[in-house]
Design a protein around this ligand. Structure first.
Ligand code: NAD
Length: 441
């Protein structure tokens, strides 16, 4: 254990980021109280139920609760009363015009305003637009409180690992002492700390997510070109990504990027830039390529069903926006399913983390699609009688499917649309099925 100073930390908003932050900071020796307005979520956490799928989180929460370093509260004001550092980890969804909706940030600030201990530091860990430290200061109206930006870069699926092994820690503050106090939380981590002004910290987060989205859209655009010219995207990406100036990460063609961050953060970046007089045409293009990619996948499925989706049965393998998570927010899979349903297709779906009956959050996230999905027990069950099979999430178990068994369950002449380029085209063909990947022969 470290000799670095330990702190009393409160987390306001115990979702993917808040629960990971709370458990990880407790594991570094800090005393942490995680609060959420969702009282049922807090009750379940107190009983040891982890509301999200995240590698290692359940064990870490259990260990930190047993060590009495981590506890839960349904009242944020109670949670912050003894804290010298308070993290806001509440949602910042897209508003109707693409701007980040700060209503949860403002509500969380109002909830804790009077309960904050004297001299506490409030940290925006939510992804927030430039100027949000001032927004929070304006809600708190407390001269003794500093507000600091400390954006989070973790990926769902590897959240704990990413939190504890960050490439960098970014802290944006006008008050240097407050920034150093936040930095001291992470003193035992082996990571460079960049202390900057709030606007730069807030911009770093959006720029990072926009760049990652750009890499994926670029790979999808290259894949479309490969299909046109008869090249193989796997080889092209291998040749491209091995250049150390480019790098292989995120250069993966697929059904388009999604999830709770990239869609809303790219939209927010475009609107922030526009508000300050800059037309971020590059990121607008990245978003357009992403939207087009989903349609490309739907068109591949339509072609596979002879041009008519009405009445066709489509087996959908994977519903989450990526593997190793249960998160359905802005999942490209759900967007594709929605288009297929609108066109009259019947959907038989399987995802290892999305099982019937859907929980409240999943139903709320996917809306009307929830009532038309037939959730199946496994991939083979989903494929029973299907005219087309589409792999939409890169779950490792789909790469290990018994293709002969699968070929025995689908309808005669079925095509496999491998929207993640997860399967071997030769193996699929050897099983007697037609293969159609993304930018691949
Ligand atoms: P989430 O929806 O999983 O969790 C947010 C939690 O906040 C919910 O449990 C909700 O009930 C709670 N909440 C809302 N208002 C509250 C209030 N007034 N008081 C207390 N709790 C309240 O969201 P998330 O995915 O953890 O994202 C949180 C923020 O972190 C967002 O700004 C997001 O952009 C950012 N972020 C997310 C990720 C990610 O991978 N999920 C990564 C980096 C940054």
């Amino acid at each position: 254990m470290t000799s670095a100073p330990t702190h009393h930390v409160a987390i306001v908003g115990t979702g993917y980021v808040g629960l990971t932050t709370g458990a990880a900071l407790a594991s570094l020796g800090h005393r942490v109280v995680c609060a959420d307005i969702d009282a049922e979520r807090i009750d379940r956490l107190r009983q040891g139920h982890i509301p999200i799928v995240e590698e290692g989180l359940e064990e870490m929460v259990r260990a930190q609760v047993s060590a009495e370093r981590l506890s839960f509260a349904s009242d944020s004001a109670v949670a912050v009363a003894d804290a010298d550092l308070v993290f806001l980890c509440v949602p910042t969804p897209s508003g109707p015009d693409g701007r980040s909706d700060l209503r949860y940030i403002k509500a969380a600030g109002a909830d804790i305003r009077e309960a904050l201990s004297i001299g506490a530091v409030v940290v925006n860990k939510s992804t927030v637009p430039v100027g949000s430290t001032k927004v929070v200061e304006g809600v708190l109206l407390r001269d003794d409180i500093s507000v600091v930006s400390n954006p989070e870069f973790l990926r769902e699926g590897t959240a704990l690992h990413d939190f504890l092994h960050p490439d960098r820690i970014v802290i944006g503050a006008d008050d240097r002492r407050a920034a150093e106090k936040v930095a001291s939380l992470y003193a035992s981590l082996d990571a460079p700390v960049l202390i900057t002004d709030p606007a730069s910290a807030e911009t770093i987060k959006y720029a990072a997510n926009a760049f990652l989205a750009t890499k994926i859209s670029f790979a999808n655009a290259v894949a479309a070109m490969c299909e046109a010219v008869g090249a193989d995207v796997a080889d092209v990406i291998a040749g491209l990504g091995s250049d150390h100036r480019i790098g292989p990460d995120f250069l993966r063609p697929g059904p388009g990027w999604g999830g709770s961050c990239l869609p809303k953060d790219t939209r927010a970046l475009v609107t922030i830039a526009r508000d300050y007089g800059y037309d971020f045409a590059l990121v607008r293009g990245v978003i357009a390529v992403n939207e087009e990619q989903r349609h490309r996948v739907v068109e591949k499925i339509r072609t596979a069903t002879g041009g008519v989706l009405e009445g066709a049965t489509v087996a959908v393998l994977g519903l989450t926006f990526k593997a190793h998570t249960d998160d359905l927010r802005d999942s490209p899979s759900i967007a594709v399913v929605s288009d297929l349903v609108d066109a009259g297709a019947k959907i038989r779906a399987y995802d290892p983390t999305v099982t019937a009956p859907l929980n409240r959050a999943q139903q709320a996230t996917i809306g009307a699609v929830a009532s038309v999905l037939q959730l199946c027990d496994d991939a083979y069950d989903a494929c029973a009688g299907a005219d087309a099979v589409v792999v939409l999430t890169e779950w490792p178990e789909f790469a290990a499917l018994d293709l002969d068994h699968l070929a025995g369950t689908v309808a005669e002449g079925a095509t496999v649309i491998d929207a993640r380029n997860l399967l071997s085209p030769d193996a699929v063909r050897a099983a007697g099925l037609t293969y159609n990947g993304i930018g691949r022969r």
